[in-house]
Design a protein around this ligand. Structure first.
Ligand code: HEM
Length: 225
């Protein structure tokens, strides 16, 4: 979908599912941290399971979804990522439809770190307040290792999220590119020459089916507890 305004063309780059998953995960990560640090472990496990369902959906959408959601589209070579970063200081108009070469790698790291965080939580047993739904299905030593991993990965997730937000700020300050508005509205204003380059959006019915499937898998796992 594209609409021309003042020598720029408004192009839909992010579908509603990506935006929904993004902001829901951002809120749920905060909720997971708060509930864990205030001992509300029932709620912590619920928010962790919701994050897991969203991640499973996002991974499936990365293979079957809209063009800009697809891993095959935004994962370029690490060299292309580094080349992109060389121009970070340069003020220039935004011509990216979807993630840039460096951002793509950051997305992969974010998704992987959060996935390890959520999966390790399923096997974690703190021996007092909370036991993940799969903790009883493994040896106590494995549940201990999962707990250590769960604690360690949280710090890693915090570091990667901080880097992510710093990168978005750097784009705003150095390149004068507002990446946040498109992640809210779905639309970017791109040079008119790019009018015909609107990415193909995935089927909403497929998205809904994948989201239900991801939620179903997580509910089935939660029932093991
Ligand atoms: C709190 C935790 C956050 C997490 C875990 C997170 C994670 C992610 C992930 C996984 C993506 C890729 C989206 C996709 O392809 O599905 C992404 C993209 C993005 N995020 Fe976040 N995010 C967080 C917070 C924020 C905040 C606070 C902002 C705004 C300041 C922000 C701005 C963006 C933008 C603008 C993009 C798109 C970047 C681009 O144009 O390539 N994120 N984020």
């Amino acid at each position: 979908m594209a609409e021309t305004t003042h020598q720029r063309v408004k192009v839909k780059v992010w579908d509603g599912w990506i935006r929904l998953v993004h902001w829901a995960i951002a809120v749920l990560l905060g909720a997971s941290w708060w509930t864990a640090s205030t001992g509300r472990m029932e709620w912590h496990m619920l928010s962790g399971q919701a994050i897991l369902a969203l991640l499973l959906f996002r991974i499936a959408w990365g293979f079957l979804g809209s063009e800009t959601a697809r891993f095959s589209r935004f994962l370029r070579s690490p060299l292309a990522g580094l080349r992109h970063l060389r121009h970070l200081h340069r003020r220039e108009p935004d011509t990216e439809i979807g993630h840039n070469a460096a951002g793509g790698w950051m997305v992969l790291v974010l998704l992987c770190a959060m996935l390890v965080q959520a999966v390790s939580g399923l096997f974690t047993d703190d021996g007092i307040l909370a036991r993940g739904p799969l903790a009883r299905s493994v040896e106590p030593a494995t549940a201990d290792a999962a707990r250590s991993l769960h604690l360690l990965t949280f710090d890693l997730v915090l570091v990667v999220v901080a880097l992510h937000i710093l990168a978005v700020l750097a784009y705003a300050l150095l390149k004068r590119q507002d990446l946040v508005r498109p992640m809210v509205t779905g639309f970017k204003r791109l040079p008119t020459a790019m009018a015909g380059m609107a990415p193909r959006m995935g089927s909403p019915w497929l998205a809904l089916a994948l989201l239900c499937l991801a939620a179903g898998v997580v509910v089935a796992i939660a029932r093991q507890g």
